[in-house]
Design a protein. Structure first.
Length: 449
């Protein structure tokens, strides 16, 4: 077995407000990579002051070997850490055992508890708060069941200091899960009705998907129309005007929607929470209603960080496709983002190496704007086909209202006036064309003067 340990000594005692963490990870083989867990810790507000890794089979009692836990204790003391963040799924008794070896007051946090902490910090809407609460309850339920089982077996409430758990606690957690699911289903139904209203108004719905920190929010800001969406507040009062853009994991937790600037089509672009590696099924399910914006879009832009190594890109592409194709029927366009970070010739090499999972990607730099015009063209090409239509209308106030409506809901190619008539040539979604025909059929002939 192998391992490594690094620490940073400090000269001052940490204040109560400081969050100083040692990050640790155990792997069965190879070398442990602490890059992502360090980024997650930073996203949660921790200052990472030490690192520890070990390569060995899992120890049932401590996750790590007992000697490595002793190293962890010494590292925590030297670095004055207030928390140990472990990039593994740590069982409740392993957590208790590790904590018992550490200085008093040092918190032991596993990967998924950390993610839930980040989600809780980012949850600014009722829907996001409910999803975080649901994930926390799903995380706690099997632990409550295990604690109750051991407490009952040993006839000691609060066995191993884990608190008093009994069947009523399990029932209460299950009841809360059911109530939250019901409320989320109600929210989802309202969101679906809103999506259909947007489609009825002539908008195509495009969703940004991909792993966290791939640059989705930056790309959204680049694609978004310069006009203030409040101009459309009467039709779409719920549209947000901004999307966060920071070099930080999970800056987007809920969904953010803005109008995208296209040549012909009216497009609403939605940014959602990013995927992250090795999420357990219960956590993905807790945020399923957020992913509905991806599953029910007319087109999905799958954004990938092109500056990452090929094998990492491949793994993320395969996992993303598995997630998206499970329920999504819309076409998917792969976007290689951050190409400004690539050396000459590197993009061509990556295109070739990943052609099997990304056969025709669009290369962009959301930061500099390179390739964004080509991406706009591609979006319009991939969206569901519009129908062409010609309407010959009598000159009247009602006809002019219809002409204005078609301008708002489609793309008018020609508008000509002659002999008390207006001829309108336009393209629009099939549903919009059908409604335009219906409105035209109800127009009365122009009155003679």
């Amino acid at each position: 077995m192998t391992g490594s340990v690094q620490g940073a000594a400090t000269d001052t005692e940490p204040t109560a407000a400081e969050k100083r963490a040692v990050v640790a990870k155990r792997v069965e083989s190879g070398s442990a990579d602490l890059t992502e867990i360090t980024q997650l810790a930073a996203a949660a507000g921790y200052d990472v002051v030490g690192e520890l890794t070990q390569t060995r089979t899992e120890d049932a009692a401590f996750m790590f070997g007992k000697g490595k836990v002793a190293e962890l204790r010494d590292l925590v003391r030297r670095s004055d850490a207030t928390a140990v963040i472990i990039d593994n799924d740590v069982g409740p008794y392993q957590t208790f055992n590790i904590g018992g070896e550490l200085p008093e007051g040092v918190e032991v946090i596993d990967r998924f508890t950390l993610i839930l902490e980040i989600f809780g910090q980012r949850a600014n809407t009722r829907k996001a708060q409910l999803q975080v609460e649901l994930a926390e309850l799903r995380y706690e339920l099997p632990r409550a069941e295990a604690k109750a089982s051991l407490a009952k077996r040993d006839e000691r409430p609060g066995f191993m200091g884990l608190g008093e758990y009994d069947e009523s606690v399990e029932r209460d957690i299950k009841r809360q899960i059911s109530e939250i699911r019901d409320e989320l289903e109600s929210i989802a139904a309202k969101e679906e009705a809103r999506r259909e209203q947007r489609r009825d108004s002539g908008f195509d719905l495009v969703a940004l998907a991909g792993y966290t920190n791939a640059g989705k929010s930056t790309l959204m800001r680049r694609l978004a129309a310069e006009i203030d969406v409040d101009e459309n507040a009467e039709r779409h009062p719920d549209l947000d005007t901004t999307a966060e853009s920071q070099d930080m994991l999970f800056t987007t937790l809920g969904t953010t929607t803005r109008r995208a600037e296209m040549e012909k089509r009216d497009v609403l672009l939605t940014d959602t929470v990013g995927f992250i590696a090795d999420l357990p099924h219960w956590l993905v399910e807790s945020f399923e209603s957020t992913l509905d914006s991806v599953y029910r879009a007319d087109l999905v832009l799958l954004v990938v960080d092109a500056s990452e190594p090929v094998e990492e890109m491949r793994e993320k592409l395969v996992t993303s496709h598995d997630t998206l194709y499970e329920r999504n029927e819309a076409p998917i366009v792969t976007v290689f983002n951050k190409v400004d970070r690539l050396a000459p010739g590197e993009l061509a090499d990556k295109r070739g190496a990943l052609s099997g999972v990304a056969p025709d990607p669009v290369a962009v730099s959301a930061k500099t704007g390179a390739g964004v015009a080509e991406l706009r063209d591609r979006v319009e090409e991939e969206l569901p086909d519009w129908e062409r239509e010609r309407l010959v209308l009598p000159l009247s106030d009602d006809a002019m209202s219809l002409v204005s409506w078609v301008h708002d809901h489609g793309h008018v190619e020609a508008e000509t006036y002659a002999d008390d008539q207006v001829t309108l040539d336009f393209e629009a979604k099939p549903s919009i064309v059908a409604r335009a025909r219906s409105k035209a059929a109800g127009l009365a002939p122009a009155e003679s003067t």
